[in-house]
Design a protein around this ligand. Structure first.
Ligand code: TXA
Ligand code: MG
Length: 329
């Protein structure tokens, strides 16, 4: 596959044992498989493999990174990835499997890549009810990151033909399970301490959630979230250090985030330096983005100088993320 996610052909896999086995094998090898859930078709990748997750963005031509929902076969599996407080536990027990996503703090045993979490210390988890999704997740044995299986800016697909209409030739396979039942995405509720928050309305009605927990949900992103504290914002990871973009030389004391084979003056004597991809591979660069930002931030440098990154393919999403990091002061 190249940067734009093109490949020769997308296989339509039947909803039988052989189709499921093949879909699981493709996922475990880092490939992309669209699969039915009870809400919409998801575009799945092994959530533990950052390069596989990067390919989701390439296939969708998505111009920015946001945290993705990771799908699991059971609440037991979800507890390895996230920390469930009492409220989150009650919600999971009442509504899973089903069209509810819970955003919870990452567990120490979390295996989900930081690209799937967009660098956050929290993680979006869902146990879908669709029998094929369940069987696929069980066979794969890993969390599967899956946004809706459409190209960016188009409507969410509810059958395999919709998926192929958007993504044929860009993903390895689609598991054909007929029509999705709900047709709208899952309800997203964050449980990060305090009153749970409705981040997105969806398949589980808000009233059903409020009736269960006995209080009203907060709505939308956190008011007054402190952008200087990494991981505090509901939807963005912001480094503590200043971020300087399109650096053509590195100043003394700066940390350097580089891309490609060309040498950047001053990089040899930088406070710390990491190269997102020496080969200039944007999929590899996307996979490294959040962990390298964190590492350079942890080096203690006041500024992270970022070398130029091409604005093609996944470069657009990488640059979008870096621009936000540079602006969030
Ligand atoms: O119905 C659905 O939920 C579909 C099917 C395929 O399961 N999936 C879906 O996934 O809509 P996705 O990845 O497109 O949902 C992403 C949204 C983000 O825009 C964000 O609102 C929320 O999930 N989210 C995920 N993790 C989060 C986190 N750690 N903090 C805040 N929001 C998070
Ligand atoms: Mg979508």
């Amino acid at each position: 596959m190249n940067d734009h996610g093109s490949m020769r052909q997308t296989e339509r896999l039947a909803a039988d044992a052989a189709g499921l086995a093949q879909a699981a094998t493709i996922l475990r090898r880092g490939g992309l498989v669209a699969f039915p859930t009870e809400t919409v078709y998801g575009l799945g990748a092994d959530a533990t493999d950052a390069e596989a997750v990067a390919r989701i963005y390439a296939a969708k031509e998505r111009p920015s990174f946001n945290p993705l929902i990771s799908h699991l076969d059971s609440f037991e599996s979800a507890k390895r990835e996230g920390a469930f407080d009492e409220t989150a536990t009650r919600l999971a027990e009442a509504f899973w499997p089903g069209p509810l996503t819970l955003v919870v703090p990452v567990a120490p045993t979390c295996t989900i890549s930081d690209l799937a979490r967009a660098g956050l210390d929290s993680v979006g988890l869902r146990v879908p009810a669709h029998p094929l999704a369940h069987a696929l997740l069980e066979a794969t044995g890993r969390p599967v990151a899956a946004p809706s299986a459409n190209r960016s800016g188009r409507v969410s697909p509810t059958d395999a033909d919709h998926v192929l209409g958007d993504l044929d030739g860009r993903i390895e396979a689609v598991l054909d399970g007929g029509m999705a039942r709900v047709g709208v995405e899952s309800t997203i509720v964050s449980c990060l301490g305090g009153t749970p928050r409705l981040l997105r309305p969806g398949g589980v009605p808000r009233e059903a959630i409020e009736a269960l927990i006995g209080e009203k949900l907060e709505v939308g992103v956190e008011a007054g979230a402190n952008p200087l504290a990494p991981g505090m914002l509901a939807s963005h990871y912001a480094p503590r250090a200043q971020v300087r973009l399109n650096a053509t030389h590195i100043q003394p004391g700066e940390a350097a985030l580089l891309f490609g084979g060309e040498s950047v003056p001053g990089a040899d004597t930088a406070h710390a330096a990491l190269n997102l991809s020496k080969n200039g591979d944007l999929v590899e660069a996307a996979a490294h983005l959040f962990s390298y930002l964190r590492q350079l931030d942890a080096s203690g440098a006041a500024t992270i100088a970022v070398g130029p990154i091409p604005e093609t393919g996944l470069g657009e999403a990488i640059n979008d993320r870096l621009k936000r990091a540079a602006a969030e002061r």
